[in-house]
Write a protein that binds this ligand. Structure first.
Ligand code: ADP
Length: 402
């Protein structure tokens, strides 16, 4: 029997499941896909094999179990079924691992119970992750299933940075502290940045700016995360597509007491109707930049607010690290928007940050340096790959335990 070298990565959201089957010998994607609108009308599955066209099917998946079965059937149709002996593990993205899960973990009943205990701090995410795990375990009970936590990379943040300055007893009773998210991406990108510079991750200090629909910054010192911008929930920090990022908590009391908004309404306002969307009516940075180029004042305000917040974090994290080797831009906006990268780093020559305009405007899928040779701090664009990182962590763990 050939050695099992494949990992199926599952990212189960509240109404969607994303998956990739990766061969760890060369990192090749053997298949990938997405099931959307689970439990809703108009559900569909889009399956992309390694070669050949993507297959799209209207797939009325009543629940996650039905969705994962449909995924298993698509994989089987390509000869990549879940019963294949080449499958070494299933890696699950789990959003919240609390303080306990500092590393990828083989899922046992006890681990699953602990992930469930964290539902109160991740009510939107962990329940879907749990269902994904349960269904996958039922399909292949003999196969190692590994949880890779979005919070794990941030568990090294020092206590004084992780605590909110509120009553300690109340905070501890309700597990209120700064956990941070997007950790798998920050970990992957900080290491890839060191590699791009030809250096050991343990030797370099990097600020990673993960700018997608959600966005977060992290300060990574010698491979260890020391600060990140998201907090108890993904709401804290940067201006995002639809999230406000930092606001004075007093805004919430004010909207409630004076504005008469209920707590759920405010939750919805700050998470889904704020950020770029709230400021200008568009949450897609492409659209914001297009409108701004046509002289649209609202779009310009949104862009400036976005960049201003980013610069505050950049400067703050520079001070946190003391010495800075590199800034890495990643995710949809970080990888594709030369305009955001230019604006975020403009005028920082005295901090040793000099971006080369020409290098910055090159479009590419490759990790690349965009700073001038005179820049003390390297500025880089480093595409993130959370699925590959999840697969690598799961595979390494399964190998070590064997
Ligand atoms: P998610 O957080 O959902 O994984 P992504 O990392 O894919 O998101 O980022 C999606 C965002 O990337 C889009 O909302 C869009 O604002 C931005 N984006 C993608 N391509 C470009 C581009 N060429 N220019 C500016 N922004 C872009």
């Amino acid at each position: 029997m050939s050695e099992a070298t494949r990992v199926l990565v599952l990212n189960a959201g509240s109404s969607s499941v994303k998956y990739q089957l990766i061969d760890m010998l060369d990192g090749a994607r053997l298949a990938s896909g997405l099931v959307e609108r689970i439990g809703e009308r108009g559900g569909r599955l889009r399956h992309t094999p390694r070669s050949g066209p993507a297959r799209e099917s209207a797939s009325a998946c009543a629940d996650h179990a039905a969705a994962l079965k449909a995924v298993a059937e698509e994989l089987a149709a390509d000869g990549l079924g879940l019963d294949s002996p080449e499958l070494a593990a299933i890696g699950h993205r789990v959003v919240h691992g609390g303080r306990r899960f500092t590393a990828p973990t083989v899922i046992t009943d006890e681990v699953l119970r602990e992930i469930r205990r964290l539902v109160p701090v991740a009510p939107l995410h962990n329940p879907a992750n749990i269902v994904g795990i349960e269904v996958a375990r039922a399909l292949r009970p003999d196969l190692p299933q590994v949880a890779v936590f979005d919070t794990a990379f941030h568990t090294t943040i020092p206590e004084y940075a992780a605590r909110y300055a509120i009553d300690r007893k109340i905070a501890d009773e309700h597990r209120v502290r700064r956990y941070g998210f997007h950790g798998t991406s920050h970990q992957y990108v900080s290491r890839a940045t060191a590699r791009l510079l030809g250096r050991d991750p343990a030797e370099v200090n990097v600020i990673v700016l993960h700018l997608g629909n959600g966005g977060s910054a992290s300060a990574v010192a010698g491979g260890v995360c020391v600060e990140t911008s998201m907090g108890l929930t993904p709401l804290e920090g940067l201006v995002m597509g639809t999230r406000s990022g930092d606001v004075d908590p007093g805004v919430i009391f004010h909207l409630h007491r004076v504005g008469g908004l209920g707590i759920d309404e405010i939750d919805d306002l700050l998470n889904r109707r704020s950020g770029l969307l709230g400021l200008c009516g568009d949450n897609d940075m492409r659209e914001v930049e297009r409108r701004m180029a046509q002289g649209d004042a609202e779009a310009e305000l949104a862009f400036r607010a976005y960049v201003h917040r980013l610069r505050k974090y950049l400067g703050g994290y520079y001070a946190v690290l003391g010495h800075l080797d590199a800034i890495a831009f990643t995710a949809g906006i970080g990888e594709n928007s030369a305009g955001v990268r230019a604006a975020a780093t403009a005028g920082l020559e005295e901090l040793g940050i000099v971006v080369d305009g020409e290098l910055n405007s090159v479009h590419s899928d490759a990790a690349r340096v965009i700073s001038s040779p005179y820049s003390k701090v390297a500025v880089a664009v480093v595409p993130t790959d959370e699925e590959l990182e999840i697969a690598q962590q799961a595979f390494a763990l399964v190998h070590d335990t064997r």
